[in-house]
Design a protein around this ligand. Sequence first.
Ligand SMILES: [Zn+2]
Length: 309
Amino acid sequence: MSYQFELEKGSTKHICPACRKKVFVRYVDTETGQYIADDVGRCDREIKCSYHLKPGEYFHLTGENPLRKRLLRNDLLTRSIKVPDEKPVYVPDVLFRGSLQHYEENMFFRYLVQLFGTDKAEELCAWYCVGTTKHWDGACVFWYLDDSGRVTRGKVMLYDNTGHRVKGCTNSVHSLMKLGALPELHLYGLHLLRLDKTLPVAIVESEKSAILAAGHLKDFIWMATGSLSTLTAERLQPLQGREIVLFPDGGAFEKWQEKAESMSRKFSIRCSDVLERCLSDEQRKVGYDIGDVIANECSAFRNKIAQLD
Ligand SMILES: [Zn+2]
């Protein structure tokens, strides 16, 4: 079965999820004329921004079935139409466990050591089950464990020694190992719920920010959505009964605020504007996140210590 998606024709432009400029062209489903999701599309600033999330990558990332989505949108989902439902495949234990070593080669781990020191870096990698892979030299794996501890997916990423992502170096364990259908997407860090029964949950966008924040602020269990558009009521369900605080990236406050409001009947949820208030216009434009703020603070602290020597 083939699904047809193309970049929307005409002059309609949206806000780019990466650079926040109104130069973003979304993909549409050619059969329904519907957008796929807010962040599925291509930024026109090809050199300066180059954000491009293709429909295939989005469906892979979210585990959504494009046909199901199309049927639901068309209100055609009747008993007579069969939606192919593949059985989800969890990550084999041996693959997961095998990755929890060789941290000396792991660039993300080394970055954590720079910020927090070795003990804390090891503790953070243990909490979040950060793995190491040779897929790219120095690459790490952000494993997603659900609330019963099953490994549902792994995101392979490469960071440079300043903690920035290396462009083009992101992949998924399911596609690399040809594991089959992805289980439903859930929050990154969901397995940490079991560690404490009362702590409020803080949600950020990227896995890196969640881990950096966890190293710095102990008042929350830190989780990540993994991307901008994947924050839904369904995915917050396991947090029912907890206090939830959203910490959007710079420039994304209004969007997350709207989401928080729309879900406030069901959940005890609010959106923090602390980042929005402390960022400069320039930082907001480039989508500074809480991870960047913490990294800067840690570096400033390190410099002060160095001057004392
Ligand atoms: Zn852009």
